[in-house]
Ligand binder design. Structure first.
Ligand code: XMP
Length: 512
């Protein structure tokens, strides 16, 4: 991806930094986020064609205020400072920033002052979202005011010669209705970009990169789970090096109904990939016998998963690389290299360091929605592209108490019915995650003329952006009714159905 147009967003700790990145990518320009203390050398190495300074919660005159290498201003490339980013730029270039007399939070109306390419097409008066305590009081040399609000006379500033711009407000949030137009103006009118960040370009670029990395001989292994991230990563690597990629799919016996068959069919038949499907259900269930504690279950499954994976990888022999489906948010969330390692290991069930494999992470610069677009471009089936997330330990953390083969089967059936009804109602994509839980509660009921003493099935269905917080999904009554009827009629061991309406927090999405 070396030749792409690229924006680097320098992060000063603003809550919207990731959002800026997403907006820029929506406008078909590639961008990356770097922490404010990135060195000039590293920044130059990244090869940006423009910079954006993000917002941040500090005040530029604070002792500990984040600042950047002054060399950034001498790189000779366009720069857009947003909120704190604007204030820092103003201060660094010789202007003045002060605590605002009227602090502005929320919706504000601005009036544009000068013709500026940044504000083209916005009209004389426009609405914007402000959230600041400080403001620029004196412009640095070479700048002029391009927009003002009632309370902040310098709401936007420009030095068109150097192509430096500052915005006191946030163009990246939806509350600035023409924000995307402003960002687009920056990219296309100021920077003169052509918009070369498309999924086709991404695919082409990563295939070339993977080929270069792996060379003519290298053998690569991938732990395929059937989830979208590992699936897309595997298909990309397969397109780059063909049968030198070997995928290992471990069936721990705790998957959703039909999942294994679907994965095998998709990757072996449709994509003609080398896929080893390991049937390890009985091994895992034996190890889980009598185990009730959720953390113990997770540990047992995680550890054994590694053992099975290693066993299979050793059989292949001569492997040098491991593919992982790490995504960009995993990497930028904490801003450190080590965090990305922890998270990426987690992706394949925690593979140990002593496997001494070099990592291939083709998705490490993508957001989830971009991965979905790549998946569609690569021709992955809809079922995989839109499939709800599924925890590594699978059904084991959805069966409370001891996991037995019978309970797994009940839960798989129940889950299948639930998903089928939700899909039939056309609601599957509105929901972040929907699944059945077996709470291990037996209750009394009556079926026909006989008394029953059978299982309760719980439905958990939530909406969420990132699984950090979640709300329960307002499921229509008729869908609940259909699910309820089918569960108690079609599964003999079930006589009751309940719907979980707890938010996260305080509950988690999974029950264990
Ligand atoms: P919780 O239950 O913590 O789940 O609200 C948040 C999201 O993470 C998924 N999850 C897991 N994913 N291994 C995974 O790969 C796990 O051990 C695991 N536990 C929870 C969960 O399904 C939800 O999407």
């Amino acid at each position: 991806m070396g030749t792409l147009e690229k924006v680097v967003i320098v992060d000063f700790g603003g809550q919207y930094t990731q959002l800026i990145a997403r907006r820029i990518r929506e406008l078909k320009v590639y961008c990356e986020i770097k922490p404010y203390n990135v060195s000039l050398e590293e920044l130059v190495e990244a090869g940006p064609s423009a910079l954006i300074f993000s917002g941040g919660s500090a005040s530029v005159y604070d002792q500990e205020a984040p600042c950047c290498d002054q060399g950034f201003y001498r790189m000779g490339i366009p720069l857009l400072g947003i909120c704190y980013g604007m204030q820092l730029m103003a201060k660094d270039l010789g202007g003045e920033v002060m605590r605002a007399r009227h602090q502005e939070y929320g919706r504000t109306f601005l009036t544009s002052r000068e013709q500026s390419p940044l504000l083209e097409g916005l009209g004389k008066r426009f609405e914007a979202w402000m959230s600041h305590g400080d403001q620029v009081m004196k412009l640095p040399a070479g700048f002029e005011v391009i927009a003002a609000s009632e309370n902040s006379p310098i709401s936007a500033m420009a030095d068109e010669k150097r192509k430096f711009f500052g915005l006191q407000f946030h163009p990246e949030v939806v509350h600035t209705p023409q924000g995307q137009q402003i960002l687009s103006n920056f990219l296309y009118r100021v920077c003169g970009f052509s918009g070369d960040w498309t999924m086709e370009n991404f695919i082409e670029g990563s295939i070339t990169e993977i080929r270069q990395k792996v060379g003519e001989e290298g053998k690569v292994v991938c732990g395929l789970s059937g989830g979208i991230d590992s699936s897309v990563a595997a298909v990309l690597v397969h397109q780059a090096i063909g049968s030198r990629l070997i995928c290992i799919f471990v069936d721990h016996g705790l998957l959703r109904k039909g999942e294994k068959e679907q994965v095998v069919k998709t990757f072996r038949e449709k994509f003609q990939m080398e896929l080893i499907a390991v049937e390890a259900g009985s091994e895992f269930l034996a190890l889980l016998q009598g185990v009730i504690d959720p953390e113990k279950k997770r540990k047992i499954i995680g550890n054994h998963f590694i053992r099975v994976f290693e066993r299979e990888a050793e059989k292949i022999g001569g492997i040098e690389y491991l593919v992982q489906g790490t995504l960009y948010p995993d990497i930028i969330e904490s801003g450190t290299a080590t965090a990305s390692v922890i998270k990426s290991h987690h992706n394949v069930g925690g593979l140990p360091d002593d496997m001494k494999l070099s990592l291939i992470e083709p998705l490490k610069y993508l957001f989830k929605d971009e991965v979905r677009r790549v998946a569609q471009e690569l021709g992955l089936p809809e079922d995989i592209v839109w499939r709800h997330p599924f925890p590594g330990p699978g059904m084991a953390v959805r069966i409370l108490g001891e996991v037995t083969p019978e309970k797994v089967e009940i839960l798989q059936e129940a889950d299948d019915i639930i998903i089928e009804e939700i899909k039939k109602a056309g609601l599957y994509r509105d929901i972040w995650q929907a699944f059945a839980v077996l709470p291990n509660i037996l209750s009394v009921g009556v079926k026909g003329d006989s008394r029953t003493y059978a299982h309760t099935v719980v439905l958990r269905a939530v909406t969420s952006q990132d699984a950090m917080t979640a709300d329960w999904y307002r499921m229509p009554y008729d869908v609940l009714e259909n699910i309820s009827n089918r569960l108690v009629n079609e599964i003999p061991q079930v006589n009751r159905f309940v719907y979980d309406i707890t938010t996260k927090p305080p509950a988690t999405i999974e029950w264990e």
